[in-house]
Design a protein around this ligand. Sequence first.
Ligand SMILES: Cc1cc2nc3c(=O)[nH]c(=O)nc-3n(C[C@H](O)[C@H](O)[C@H](O)COP(=O)(O)OP(=O)(O)OC[C@H]3O[C@@H](n4cnc5c(N)ncnc54)[C@H](O)[C@@H]3O)c2cc1C
Length: 447
Amino acid sequence: MTITRREALKFAIAAFFSSFTGAAASQSLAGKKVIVVGAGIAGLGAAQQLHAQGAEVIILEAENYIGGRIRTDNSMGAPFEYGAGWIHGPSAQNPIKVLAEQVNATTAETDDDILEVFDDQGKPLSDDAYDHLDDLYKSLKRKLNAHEEHDETRSLRDIINQLKPGYLEDPIGRWMATAYFEFDIGAGIDDISAMNAFADEAFENEDVVFTEGYDIILAPLAAGLNVRLNTRVSRITYDNKGVDVDGMKANYVVCAVPLGVLKAGTITFVPPIPEAVQTAVDKIGFGTVTKIAFKFDNPFWDVETQYFGIMTEPKGRWNYWLNYRTFSDENILLGLSFGDYAPKADKMDEREMTEDAMQVLRSVWGDKVTAPQQVLTTHWSENPSFNGAYSYPQVGGSVAQFDSFVEPIAGRLFMAGEHTFFKYHSTTHGALLSGRRAATAIATAEE
Ligand SMILES: Cc1cc2nc3c(=O)[nH]c(=O)nc-3n(C[C@H](O)[C@H](O)[C@H](O)COP(=O)(O)OP(=O)(O)OC[C@H]3O[C@@H](n4cnc5c(N)ncnc54)[C@H](O)[C@@H]3O)c2cc1C
């Protein structure tokens, strides 16, 4: 069965509305067995819908927790989000916002403009420099959006150099390219496709964080599901009659592991996945972003400012900081590394990363920076269950490659995960919609 883009959209919309209405699902999958590989939000979303339609569902998860790239640690007194931190575009149409409302989650709006930026000498920017920053960014973004040259071989760096010569030599331009583009897209400007980087879509409204932790949305999604933790799948065999996942037989399999796992080839598909899908695995990018959180006894920074930007070298090194005091009582600063620097930071142990990030804080606040009472760090690209943070349109790749994951393979193997949903790739809502789309496609295959 071939699913066209239009049908895929129809599935996603149907799945979305079925989650809203709470209407009793038909038991059309009674007697069918489905294995879901990966208990991230895509796998959980697929499993929940299949279970509601009467299927016997078993989720196999490599790690010892559910949620994958939604993972919260509350040990600092406020949530440290290893992975997803924000609901991007929490409008009524955003299915993560819907889940958040269903569990009465409290959220706090964040504002990118409540920002103070420090230059490479640790001095706050002057008002003129802010105006310059604003003008530079807006004019570049305008030019990038209007840029229609259909050439997928050109990187964001190439096009920035062409549209705004000198931008990347200007410390302000360099900082923006990394703190805005490399953060948003999750890779370095040399690897990002300029043509496709901004071709995805977003829901409306200002981003929010969960004040009690993102993982609050997971329990209801996982309720009643059979999840086997610490179970790493290594082989998926399929034909048009059924599937076998490491010796376990079923009618269908939903493969909802991260793109980084597919790239590593640690799951063997028998027969191999179709060439177009393998090309998508190879050509879509999977970058990383690194976080460090410090909890201090007392704040040495302005507690009213939401974000601090610091023009560090090399580019991408701990150059963007979120001040937790703007939505919690805890004296926590969360630092981020992007682009080429993030995989380097991922390789540092906690002591090295702490020293590296503390140097950056000292470049601004000097001796006022005290020793942290607690530190938490992320290393996404070093974990074989992920091998990175999120997917991005890579130089040399195409949007159509993302779509090639949508078509069921032999009518039995269904791909899900944020990397399979171009419109909202690299987000939790894209991942959830992809899981529901896979579940709807299985139900459709049974009709
Ligand atoms: C640092 C970071 C910041 C982010 N920030 C945001 C944000 O602010 N807002 C936002 O919307 N999104 C954000 N994202 C992206 C978002 O977290 C992801 O898009 C989404 O959670 C992915 O869900 P998924 O189900 O596709 O994959 P995952 O959550 O990765 O789930 C896949 C699961 O498969 C499991 N697995 C892997 N290999 C195997 C195997 N062989 N056998 C069995 N199981 C396996 C993994 O352990 C994992 O649990 C961020 C991600 C990261 C890493």
